[in-house]
Design a protein around this ligand. Structure first.
Ligand SMILES: [Zn+2]
Length: 222
């Protein structure tokens, strides 16, 4: 009985894509959907992270448009789920996305053992920053759900863009898709529409390394 199940498990590929609505995870999802042999059945998961950055509303609008775009332009189907987490902050100290993502990835993979891969959007630009305390904590959080294995996180997580720098990631997706993504960490809102701050880490990174056609603050979701 157990043997039969094992055969079935190795035959079927099922990939969970942690999707934020930013350029990196959009490119990761685009890559996964275009390589069905490698990734099999695709599950997309978005986490609405409600923290002091107020980014979640802009992301929620972006992901809607991005997923509609994917459905229209990619043949490979995917399922979509989401979770919401609202957190207090302590001055400027708050939990990092990587920790929350790992909490959810640990949880989902521990309850659904048909998931054979978890795709995380981290680029060479991110890896260059090195392993931070929050990255190490994230790994331990994921692995807390898998006490039977020494490092489940390392085995199941895949980073398809680990060798690409941010500006190279942009080139891997169509321009009309890139423009739908949201990256600003601290947007403000006018008439319900998000506006990029132009000052946060990701806004600066975008303007310094990427020549995008849209100007900061000009994005709208019509
Ligand atoms: Zn910004």
């Amino acid at each position: 009985m157990a043997k039969k199940r094992l055969v079935k498990k190795t035959d079927k590929k099922r990939t969970l894509v942690m999707f934020s609505g930013g350029i990196d995870s959009t490119a990761a999802l685009w890559h996964v959907l275009h390589n069905p042999d490698q990734y099999g059945e695709v599950m997309v998961h978005h986490i609405h992270i409600k923290n002091l950055e107020a980014r979640w509303r802009a992301e929620a609008m972006a992901i809607k448009q991005i997923l509609e775009y994917m459905k229209k332009h990619v043949d490979h189907p995917f399922s979509y789920t989401e979770s919401t987490i609202a957190l207090p902050h302590f001055g400027k100290k708050f939990i990092y996305d990587v920790e929350i993502i790992s909490f959810i990835s640990g949880y989902m993979t521990s309850r659904d053992d048909s998931i054979t891969k978890v795709v995380i959007a981290a680029t060479a630009t991110d890896f260059e920053l090195g392993v931070t305390e929050s990255v190490m904590r994230a790994k331990r959080v994921h692995n807390a759900f898998h006490p039977e294995e020494e490092d489940h996180s390392a085995r199941i997580k895949e980073y398809p863009q680990k060798d690409l720098f941010k500006h190279e990631v942009y080139k891997t997706i169509p321009e009309d898709l890139a423009i739908l993504t949201w990256s600003c960490r601290t947007p403000h809102y006018a008439d319900g529409k998000p506006i990029e701050c132009g000052r946060c880490k990701t806004c600066k990174k975008e303007t310094s390394t990427i020549k995008r056609k849209k100007a900061p603050g000009k994005r709208s979701y019509l």
